[in-house]
Structure formats: C-alpha cells, structure tokens
Design a protein around this ligand. Structure first.
Ligand code: ADP
Ligand code: MG
Length: 212
C-alpha cells in the first residue's frame, strides 16, 4: 500500500494534535536547557497550518501538503526550530515532488531529505544534542527497514521507534549547538526538546499510515 495526499494530510493533522497535547512537556524540556518556548512555538505553527489544509486543491500531491507546512512554520514558529523544521519540510517536499503515491523508497527519500535539510541549515552533527539525534537514527532505521522488505507503514514505524530512542539518548549529552550549548555540563541529564518533538512528529507519520 503506497501513501498518498490523504496520508500527508492525516500526518499533518496528527502532528498538530500531538504537539498541542505535548505542548507543556516540550515547554518544560526547553525551560530546563533553553528558553522555554519550544512547545509554544511549535503549537502556534502547526495550529496555523490546520485551516490552510482546507484550501489544498483536489489534485494536490503529498509534496504540496508538506510545502504548506514548510512555509507556515517558517513564517510563524521563529526561534531555531522554525527555520530548521521549515527547511526539513521544504526539502522533504522537494524529494517527492510530483509523486501522487509514495512507495517505500520515496518515504526513505523524504525522511533523508528532511534530515539533510536540518543539517544543512543548522550544521549540527550526531551527538550534538539536537533534533539531528532523532532524525539520523530515524533515517538509518527507515533505510534498513526498506532493504528488509518492510512496507511504508513498517518503514515509518521503524523511523519513529529509532527517533524515540534517539531523543532519549540525548539525555546524557552535552550540547554543542543552540541555546543548550551555553550550559556546558549543566545540560547533562536533560532531554533535548527538538529531538523530542521530532520523535513525536515521526510517530504521527507512522500513526497516519496505519489509520485511514
Ligand atoms: P530556540 O532555541 O531559538 O528557543 P526552539 O526552542 O524552538 O528554538 O528550538 C530548540 C531546539 O532546536 C533544540 O532543542 C534543538 O533540537 C534544535 N536546535 C537548535 N540549534 C540547532 C542546530 N544548530 N541544528 C539542529 N537543531 C538545532
Ligand atoms: Mg527555545
């Protein structure tokens, strides 16, 4: 079963719901090692996307839906995460441009382009205690699932599970990028908020692939 625009729209709606549900958790994580605005910023951004989904054309592709997320997040989220996520969704859309149905290879290409967009924009490496620590294991797990013959839902589930583990694995790290890097060793013991929100967004993508 390939994934279509209806999947992309379910993913975006699920993302908005999960970011709203976890708003306080993300604020608390960012308060511990940043300035406390991450949950607020993302909730504002995804809430702003929702009404725009109704204006998508009937023949819109998954890329059109992701581009809508990109432009909205860039203009409404601010902070570090706005441009980082905006670039991720824009590059993800570019990787699947023109495709009405996404197979497993297209899903891996989408996730890879999103991660590459975050790295291009923020220049963080794995282990720097950023959202890259969720995205990179997610991309690796998705590619492995594809080569093991998993279907699209299985690939997204593998990506989400790896992102959740990657987010947890940021806890013992010192941060080398973003506001948390000002804290030095005081960031140890705290989970990176952007890695946590990335895991939530990837879990939403997987959930959207199993319900219709
Ligand atoms: P700000 O730090 O401007 O308040 P947010 O709180 O919205 O922005 O987002 C913070 C998150 O952004 C961090 O938890 C981290 O995951 C991510 N981040 C910050 N700088 C970078 C970077 N250079 N590369 C990748 N991710 C980054
Ligand atoms: Mg912040």
């Amino acid at each position: 079963m390939t994934l279509d625009t209806a999947w992309a729209v379910r993913w975006i709606r699920a993302s908005a719901a999960v970011v709203s549900e976890h708003r306080v958790e993300l604020i608390t994580l960012d308060r511990d090692i940043g300035d406390g605005d991450h949950g607020e910023n993302l909730d504002r951004g995804f809430s702003a996307v929702l009404p725009k989904l109704d204006d998508l054309a009937d023949d819109a592709t998954p890329a059109d839906a992701l581009k809508l997320v990109a432009t909205t997040l860039i203009s409404t989220v601010g902070g570090a995460a706005g441009p980082l996520y905006g670039t991720a969704y824009l590059k993800a859309a570019g990787a699947i441009a023109g495709q009405a149905e996404l197979d497993g290879a297209a899903i891996v290409a989408l996730l890879t382009a999103a991660r590459d967009g975050v790295v291009l924009r923020g220049k963080a490496a794995p282990g720097d205690k950023t959202m890259v620590d969720a995205w990179t294991p997610a991309v690796d797990a998705a590619a492995a699932a594809l080569s093991n013959g998993s279907d699209e839902a299985g690939i997204l589930d593998a990506a989400a599970t790896a992102a959740e583990a990657g987010a947890r694995a940021t806890e013992p790290l010192v941060a080398h990028k973003g506001r948390a890097s000002y804290l030095g060793e005081r960031a140890i013991g705290h989970r990176d908020p952007g890695a946590q929100s990335s895991a939530l967004l990837l879990r939403s993508a997987a959930d959207a692939a199993t319900d219709s």
